[in-house]
Write a protein that binds this ligand. Structure first.
Ligand SMILES: Cc1cc2nc3c(=O)[nH]c(=O)nc-3n(C[C@H](O)[C@H](O)[C@H](O)COP(=O)(O)OP(=O)(O)OC[C@H]3O[C@@H](n4cnc5c(N)ncnc54)[C@H](O)[C@@H]3O)c2cc1C
Length: 424
């Protein structure tokens, strides 16, 4: 076996994370190959949303297929007097998935990235390389392997949650793109969270809550999605689908022809990966989903160049040992500040998962009363730790008494998460 691989980095996957990091590594002048289970230009089925400001700061506004300025949420009960909209005053957009994919594919082809087809099945490590074997028995070697195979990674290892610990919470949603007998949301409107629950019986309101995420796509088409922010185990699709239809019926809206159905399920709060492993992760594989909102694409776009720079430096520094590059990569991906913020977000999510429906509505109403740059920075994960803590204290100060008590009462693994916040 020759010990000197042809390529610097082998990226596993062809989703947003794989394309983002492969393209950033190519830009750094590294020799990159990608190994994917499907064709790299196979259409993505997920719909990816993002705040307008995030894409604008990256200069990628033209990649949006839709953009709304009329952005609202509803945190009232839906009973008379509880139908007031909370205006967000910030643009929200939906990527044109094909344009986003082609943006990255164009860059990777410019840097000469080589695509390999195959299902990665096993990994081994030598002194200056790692070697991936596919299910078909083909071997691919590189100085560094980056696992971007999604939320259930093929190679990246995470610590187990421990015996008796609550499982990983899943964000679950059932959505449709369709025509309707009457507009399910106002014309030109984007609804981030509609927590009104007047379509449910008093008994049903004691069950874990869900909200409507909805938007006017133009041309008589709307996307409406019943979403459970996070729960362990996740809310079943059947229940979300029934709730969506009940919610629409309550407003006198009948579903017409369905163009697309979305079944969304991904883990919100997996533990952070072990940072001492030889394989590096990116995207869902590296637990990069924002544990309090479920967003990730903005973080991929923002963070891929910095990670690529750290990898290039690590490969330069450790010419004989590829572990220098993975160590540099993990440190760049999860430095102490981000680990602390992650623990804080997970702590917040634990609280939210315990809140009954009325407290949850009050919590979010208080959250969106925070100054815009604070709630936006919280959701986009762009606030430095001290400002993030400041935003959380501000929220605590303005929340009603019942919510404050819920935030203070330590339960389950919350104390352990506070410990992580301090230790990092
Ligand atoms: C329905 C849905 C909607 C979402 N909406 C949003 C949103 O609006 N905004 C947002 O920011 N985030 C959203 N997310 C969260 C997150 O951004 C997505 O899950 C995103 O697709 C994760 O990107 P990824 O590249 O890490 O993983 P994936 O997109 O899952 O891609 C993994 C890739 O790895 C390949 N692969 C897997 N195993 C192997 C193997 N063994 N060998 C070779 N290749 C392999 C797969 O074929 C795929 O190409 C959503 C998630 C879902 C499920």
């Amino acid at each position: 076996m020759s010990a000197s691989p042809r390529v610097d980095a082998l990226v596993i996957g062809a989703g947003p994370a794989a394309l983002a990091i492969a393209s950033a590594l190519g830009e750094r002048g590294l020799r990159v190959e990608a190994l994917a289970a499907q064709e790299p230009d196979a259409p993505w089925t997920n719909t990816y949303g993002i705040w307008g400001e995030e894409v604008d700061r990256l200069g990628l506004g033209p990649l949006l297929g839709h953009r709304w300025s009329h952005t609202v949420s509803y945190f009232g009960s839906g009973q008379p007097g509880g139908n007031q909209a909370t205006a967000h005053g910030r643009d929200y957009g939906l990527f044109n998935s094909n344009a986003l994919q082609q943006h990255w594919l164009g860059q990777t082809s410019r840097w000469g990235l080589g695509w390999q087809r195959g299902v990665a099945a096993a990994i081994g490590h030598g002194p200056g390389f790692s070697s991936v074997t596919t299910a078909a028995g083909q071997e691919h070697r590189a100085r560094l392997v980056i696992d971007a195979s999604g939320h259930e990674p093929i190679f990246v290892q995470r610590p187990s949650p421990g015996k008796g610990a609550a499982g990983v919470a899943g964000q679950a949603a059932y959505g449709i793109v369709a025509g309707f007998s009457a507009p399910p949301v106002e014309s030109g409107q984007f609804v981030l969270m509609d927590y009104r629950c007047d379509h449910l019986t008093a008994e049903e309101r004691n069950e874990p809550p869900s909200f409507l995420y909805a938007m006017d796509l133009g041309g008589g088409q709307f996307f409406v999605e019943e979403t459970s922010l996070a729960l362990a185990p996740a809310l079943p699709f059947g229940l979300l689908k029934r709730r969506l239809h009940r919610r629409l019926a309550q407003r006198g809206v009948a579903v017409g022809e369905i163009q697309h159905e979305e079944f969304c399920l991904f883990p919100m709060n997996p533990p952070l990966p072990d940072r001492h492993q030889r394989v590096l992760g990116f995207g869902g594989a590296a637990s990069m989903v924002h544990p309090a909102s479920g967003y990730m694409v903005g973080a991929l776009l923002r963070r891929a160049p910095g990670l690529a720079a750290a990898i290039a430096q690590g490969l330069d520094a450790g010419a004989a040992s590829s572990s220098a590059a993975s160590a540099a990569g993990w440190e760049a991906l999860w430095p102490l500040e981000l680990r602390r913020k992650h623990a804080l977000y997970r702590f917040g999510l634990e609280k939210l998962m315990r809140f009954p429906e009325d407290q949850l509505r009050q919590f979010f109403a208080s959250f969106f009363e925070l100054p815009g740059e604070q709630w936006y920075g919280f959701l986009a994960n762009t606030l430095p730790l001290p400002q993030l803590v400041g935003a959380m204290l501000g929220l605590f100060a303005r929340a009603p008494q019942g919510v404050r008590w819920g935030l203070m009462e330590p339960r389950g693994r919350e104390l352990a998460l506070l410990g992580q916040l301090i230790r990092g």
